[in-house]
Ligand binder design. Structure first.
Ligand code: SAM
Length: 190
């Protein structure tokens, strides 16, 4: 079983500057920074918090929407069985793939495209994490969530709230709102 302490320990060891090109000297600061293309590497404490909320298990198949720098992806891939990550900006995807390859991860699959549609061919996913702000929860993501699965997604317009979505054993969906956050927008069809 994966404990929160295991995740926190890896989070503390993971060198965030490896995922940054600008502002590397500020990697230790608990704030979001630009990674170019109008996108950001998220605030580390929020990356940790969302990872803990996700409740990953050793055999979890995880879908991540918004690869960005790959920082969150590393935290997921360290503990999950497989991570499927989708990014819409090609240069960001390429750099993230290089970095995560250098760290030795071999359980990550990458897709360039609109993650609001999920990754239908590989569904269902035990866990889904969205790291960009959606106006509403994309219905394709709810569909691709496995029975008994969970999703973490920031929902809202200018500011958002983290939504925790659960699909129970009868495929009934429940949604709980958590902390307020500010993320860059999820740009896509859904
Ligand atoms: N978790 C990332 C990290 O630690 O670096 C930060 C992700 S950044 C806040 C949000 C990312 O979502 C951006 O890289 C953006 O290009 C991506 N994005 C936005 N809309 C998307 C979509 N529809 N499909 C895939 N990626 C999307």
């Amino acid at each position: 079983m994966i404990s929160d302490a295991d995740i926190v320990e890896y989070y503390k060891k993971l060198d965030r500057s490896m995922f940054m090109e600008e502002n590397k000297q500020f990697a230790f600061v608990d704030a979001a920074f630009s990674i170019g293309h109008g996108q950001t590497i998220s605030q580390p404490s929020l990356v940790l918090r969302m990872t803990l909320m996700l409740g990953i298990e050793e055999d979890s198949k995880v879908l991540e929407i918004g690869t960005g720098s790959g920082y969150q992806t590393a935290l997921l891939a360290k503990f999950a069985s497989e991570v499927y990550t989708v990014e819409r900006i090609e240069p960001l995807m390429k750099k993230a793939k290089e970095r995560l390859g250098r760290l030795g991860f071999s359980n990550i699959r990458y897709k360039l495209g609109d993650g609001s549609k999920g990754w239908e061919e590989e569904a269902p996913f035990d866990r889904i994490i969205v790291t960009a702000a959606a106006r509403q929860i994309p219905k394709m993501l709810i569909k691709q969530l496995a029975t008994g699965g969970g999703m973490i997604i920031p929902v809202g317009h200018h500011t958002q709230r983290i939504n925790i979505v659960s699909k129970d054993e009868d495929n009934k969906i429940s949604i709980r709102e958590d902390i307020p956050v500010i993320f860059v927008k999820l740009i896509g069809d859904y």
